[in-house]
Ligand binder design. Sequence first.
Ligand code: AP5
Length: 208
Amino acid sequence: MVGSIVLFGPPGAGKGTQAGRIVELTSKPQVSTGDMLRAAVKSGSPMGLAAKEYMDAGLLVPDDVIIGLIQERLQEDDAGQGVLFDGFPRTIPQAESLEQIATVSSVISIEVPDDAIVDRIVGRRMDPETGEIFHVQFKPAPPEIEDRLIQRPDDTEETVRSRLEAYHNQTAPLADWYSDRGLLIRIDGNASINQVGVSVERAISRIL
Ligand code: AP5
């Protein structure tokens, strides 16, 4: 049986954009730690308020908070056949904790160079009603919903630099960690959304 799949890559690589297709193909629920943290921020919970300070500064939220969120999420009924992790794990301690509680079958790494990331993040817009992700240039929203689109508070050029630094220092070493375990599938994310989608579908057909 195929266990959980990890969608891995730098901020703005296109993980959220490609996740929907993987959910369709695998029937595994998407578990995005970024979305879970944003929901906690919105709820005004003490954990959400503490996490917001890290997120706004482009820093990673501490491992114990993230691992607690994931442990709780994996108790839910829909997680029994594995899930699609989006944005988790992001540090080696997170990956080691995950190893104790779930089986990871494959890690799909969407690879995008830093110079393409800044434009993607600064131009990102989200539809708060559906959660759909758009981009002012690369994936424009239909004009009738343009007025309601929002921009994430951490999607500024300054914060992107800190997020990229956190990625290179703390998250990128995980690629080798998973490669050593024979689980890493690298795909070129520096292509159009549709071309990346084709590569993602190919990767999924190797996994299923
Ligand atoms: P999170 O929400 O996970 O943010 P991220 O990893 O920085 O990833 P993004 O959501 O920014 O990017 P994405 O890869 O999903 O790209 P998208 O598809 O939207 O985390 C936010 C914060 O929460 C972190 O900074 C941290 O503080 C905290 N956090 C979360 N998880 C954590 C963890 N495990 N441990 C510790 N802290 C954690 O695409 C981006 C844009 O580009 C969109 O506009 C899209 O339309 C466009 N686009 C997508 N693909 C293409 C393409 N091929 N060509 C052109 N444009 C494209």
